[in-house]
Design a protein around this ligand. Structure first.
Ligand SMILES: *Cc1c(COP(=O)(O)O)cnc(C)c1O
Length: 401
């Protein structure tokens, strides 16, 4: 029974995608038909390969155009970008930063790298992002405002930021989260690592993910929607914040033609020109990638529409999602059944070299975060057992049937 059922699921995956390679990963980079080589050649021939150069400015300008942000600061990767963003808005050692537990480990690590502590609140089932109601309940039950700070009365520590994540590129409930954050006077950093091309529908128009809090951060890792090899970028509409990010990312060096004057402990976070050149060539192709991914999503949805007990996760709001990773959800009443089916499907797919992945282990179950403060995480614990990510590279879309 289970064997036939998972075979049916596996068949639906197989017929949905184009297979040119022996291995099918979850999300693979693609440089075909782009200007990548000629832009890289320019860096090498000019000698501008390191953390200054015109391609960095070009990439930052293009990201501003694409997202509508006023400012963009390119960095070496998304993890570093999150840490820089948190540092810039004033997160200090032993502060707590609120995040969801269902995310890539980098979200929590960025907090820990500053000596601060992640504090987990639950997600909602629809978009898998932070649940604003859980956030509000948690703050009401453990937090107090005292002399301009928000204090976790259970731990005695300050809570200094909220960092929602747009999981798999599906926009989280940012308007509602922001209302709660504003009530408490807490800043928002958006982990938009997976969400380039995703937009919130707000007040009759679209706002790109990453622009509803103080700072938004994207990743350009090889498995993200576009890549610079490794890299990331911060966006913000706040000039002061942008200035401070740039300053802290380049060793906090005062501007001067020859003097080395550093006014605080900064970082070396700037993206090299050679990565930025690759990034510009990728960004030139992003609309095409988004279109292919939308079509791939529809193909999966069609091919799964007749299989019971399982669904392709969709977003029924007016928000736009980039379909970074397309996911299946097992709908079994009992989550143990979902786990069992998922295990069989994973084994089958991997034996055929289609490298499906379950969602990340919940962060509060990892050794280093097992003692982190948390609210009730029932939804995350239930959903974690049910999710499986499908191959989602835009180049997998079958143009002809
Ligand atoms: C990829 C990712 C990051 C980290 O980005 P890197 O560029 O790999 O450091 C952070 N958060 C989330 C949710 C991610 O998916």
């Amino acid at each position: 029974m289970l064997e036939n059922y998972t075979e049916e699921i596996f068949e639906a995956i197989k017929i949905s995608i184009k297979r040119d390679n022996e291995y099918i990963g979850l999300h693979e980079p693609c440089f075909k038909g782009t200007n990548a080589l000629s832009y890289l050649k320019d860096c090498i021939e000019s000698g501008w390969v390191s953390s200054a150069g015109s391609w960095i400015e070009r990439l930052e300008k293009k990201i501003c155009e694409f997202t509508g942000a006023n400012f963009a600061i390119a960095v070496t990767n998304g993890s570093v970008g999150l840490r820089l963003a948190l540092h810039t808005i004033g997160v200090k050692p032993f502060d707590e930063v609120i995040i969801p537990p269902l995310t890539f480990v980098a979200t929590a690590n960025a907090i820990s790298h500053l000596g601060a502590i992640p504090h987990f609140v639950d997600i909602n089932k629809d978009n898998l992002g932070m649940c604003h109601k859980s956030l509000q309940r948690r703050l009401e039950s453990i937090a107090e405002k005292k002399s301009g700070f928000v204090i976790n009365v259970k731990t005695g520590r300050k809570i200094t930021a909220i960092m929602p994540v747009h999981i798999f590129g599906i926009p989280a409930n940012i308007v509602e989260i922001k209302k709660v954050a504003d009530n408490w006077g807490l800043p928002i950093i958006e982990d938009a690592a997976e969400a380039l091309g995703s937009r919130h529908f707000i007040n009759g128009g679209y706002t790109h993910c990453g622009l509803n809090g103080e700072i938004g951060v994207f990743s350009f890792n090889g498995n993200k929607i576009i890549t610079t090899g490794g890299g990331g970028i911060l966006i913000t509409n706040n000039k002061q914040i942008a200035k401070k990010c740039r300053y802290l990312s380049s060793t906090a060096k005062s501007s001067h033609p020859w003097e080395f004057n550093h006014t605080e402990i900064g970082w070396n976070d700037r993206m090299p020109n050679i990565n930025a050149a690759l990034g510009v060539s990728q960004l030139e192709a992003i609309n095409e990638k988004l279109e292919l991914k939308k079509n791939l999503f529809k193909t999966y949805q069609n091919n799964f529409s007749n299989i019971e007990g399982i669904e392709i996760i969709e977003d029924l709001t007016k928000n736009i999602k980039n379909n970074w990773l397309i996911n299946l959800r097992f709908l079994d009443k009992n989550k143990e059944n979902a786990l069992l089916k998922r295990e069989i499907l994973l084994k089958k797919a991997h034996s055929k070299k289609i490298l499906l992945r379950p969602v990340w282990k919940l962060l509060h179950t990892l050794e280093m975060y097992k003692n982190s403060p948390r609210g009730n995480l029932n939804v995350a614990e239930d959903q974690e057992a049910r999710l499986i990510s499908l191959p989602s590279s835009p180049q997998l879309f079958l143009t002809k049937k």
